[in-house]
Design a protein around this ligand. Sequence first.
Ligand code: BV8
Ligand code: ZN
Length: 243
Amino acid sequence: MSIQPSKTEEVREELRAASSIAVLTGAGISEESGIPVFRGPDGLWKQYRAEDLATPEAFARDPRLVWEWYDWRRSRIAAARPNPAHEALVLLENHCPGFALITQNVDGLHDLAGSRHVIKLHGDIWTLRCQHCGTVKSDRWVPLPEIPPRCACGGLLRPGVVWFGEALPPAAWQAAVEAAESCALFLVVGTSAVVYPAAELPMLAKHRGAKLIEINFEPTALTPLADYSFVGKAGEILPQLVS
Ligand code: BV8
Ligand code: ZN
């Protein structure tokens, strides 16, 4: 969809002139890569309920069920490629000295697109961690040879992601807060902004004087706060703003 030239031109100029840019992405940026989002008409939570799957209690109760969900997501992600939205953010990183990319996604598509420093707030679906000995390893088997996967020590391996009720990785959260507090421009792309504390970052940036730019398929709770809001597909809008 085409967006009003004036707003686009203004934002293109803002992006060119900005001394520092922080970006927060959510599942919506990977939607055009074929990875289902969590919330919305055909969202992942539709056939599942978050509390049944993305919690430590759910994993303790039924590790096989939780792993079947993650194994299915890993197979969807393995078949996915970065889309023009991911690629536009690599361009932006190459042209803006003070650039920070913060993602809630666990799919690794930003890394695959060539983004160099990705702050992963919710972990990485390709990382496994042993519940018993704490070993952390990268594992790209699709499908997993055994479910649930076991560590050499015999302990149960879990996905290296942040579940509800779990703290975000301290270093990642700290880096995200610093980026939000110091940026001149804050872009929010493809997130419903309902999960905390990630959803606090755009508000933090705004309160510190940053200009807020939202790109989303539909309005969200952040839209009234945004200086510029683009409604549509990130894979179409971001390249128009960044090229
Ligand atoms: C914490 C696991 C404390 C990884 C995820 C009340 C009760 C219970 C808990 C809470 C509560 N209130 C607040 C909480 C805390 C809770 C929370 O926020 N709950 C919400 C749901 C109310 N948060 C937590 O528990 C966090 N931890 O608070 O810990 C603590 C502190 C110290 C010590 C101990 C504990 C942990 C949060 C992380 C949870 N993990 N997933 C995984 O499997 O992926 S959350 C899950 O939602 C994903 O990680 C995802 O990243 C995240 C956010 O979703 P979005 O990315 O926004 O995706 P969504 O589908 O929602 O939206 C997609 C958007 O894209 C839509 O707006 C759509 O319009 C748009 N879109 C679609 N297509 C496109 C598009 N836009 C552009 N272009 C397109 N083509
Ligand atoms: Zn182990």
